[in-house]
Design a protein around this ligand. Structure first.
Ligand SMILES: [Zn+2]
Length: 277
């Protein structure tokens, strides 16, 4: 499932390749995503120019002229690819190409999603902060508002596992299972620890590693564990840098102890029983 680094990598590429292009037509082959894509999509979008591509948490915000923004979430298996000259189409089943946005230079943005958990909807750009999906989100982890003091205060009197707190989008936006595991390994804190038992020093380490790991993952184009692909159809390169995620039974790179896995809130949590306390 794409998290912040994957969506940010995608955003950067689309900003380079699609900004300033005009959408000439929208073809909807399958409107049944997480929610049904509005039948007015084509009428509302066709003729508009892509002014900016922004991101909030795991949401992609494609700002069109005329005060309309296309809000997108890739769900479990979605991808938005720019099908032009350097697109590599090897792994995309055309049966799952649900929406196609034709651009004025003959290329197209294509939304492909085998499991159809993604979301695409139009919102007024001026009311973006008030839409249900974005309204209650916590700060962006890479921004200053996500500080050690902020996290420490959010953990006080909380019995929830620290990993689940990091994945709570109201506390901090954009962190999912993969990066929560990696951040806690970096901070040497066990994922199952009660948030309220985290010390000020540990909150500091968690925040430092959150910023460092997310920035590094963005620099590597994100992580492809199963199906994330960037706008050119390429996988992210951060998977080779993962320290614990998906490595159950393999040796810790730091101390050689086998990595353990434990279910927390129905998600597998990976950690080193020796390095993390
Ligand atoms: Zn270890």
């Amino acid at each position: 499932m794409p998290e912040l680094p994957e969506v940010e990598s995608l955003r950067r590429m689309l900003e380079q390749s699609a900004c300033g292009r005009r959408i000439v037509a929208v073809h909807i082959r399958e409107p049944r995503l997480r929610r049904r894509v509005a039948s007015t999509f084509d009428r509302m979008i066709a003729g508009r120019t892509i002014n900016a591509v922004r991101r909030r948490a795991k949401y992609l915000l494609v700002e069109l002229d005329g005060g309309i923004t296309l809000l997108g979430h890739l769900g479990m298996s979605g991808s938005l690819t720019h099908r032009g000259q350097d697109f590599c189409d090897g792994e995309f089943d055309p049966a799952h190409d649900h929406l196609r946005f034709e651009l004025d230079d003959g290329t197209a943005l294509v939304y492909n999603d085998p499991r159809r958990f993604g979301l695409l909807k139009l919102v007024c750009s001026s009311e973006l902060g008030a839409v249900d999906e974005l309204r209650a989100l916590g700060p962006e982890p890479l921004e200053e508002a996500f500080s050690a003091q902020y996290l420490f205060e959010k953990t006080r009197r909380r019995r929830v596992a620290i990993k689940n707190l990091l994945m709570d989008q109201h506390v901090v936006a954009g962190i999912g299972n993969i990066y929560a595991c990696e951040i806690l390994f970096g901070a040497r804190v066990r994922p199952g620890r009660a948030a309220g038992r985290i010390t000020r020093a540990e909150a500091e380490r968690i925040v430092v590693h959150a910023k460092g790991i997310l920035a590094q993952a963005i620099g590597s184009g994100g992580t492809t564990f199963r199906n994330y692909r960037d706008s050119r159809g390429q996988p992210g390169r951060f998977a080779t840098s993962l320290q614990v995620y998906g490595r159950e039974g393999e040796r810790c790179f730091v101390c050689r102890t086998p990595i353990k896995s434990k279910l927390l809130g129905q998600r597998s949590s990976f950690y080193c029983p020796c390095c993390q306390r």
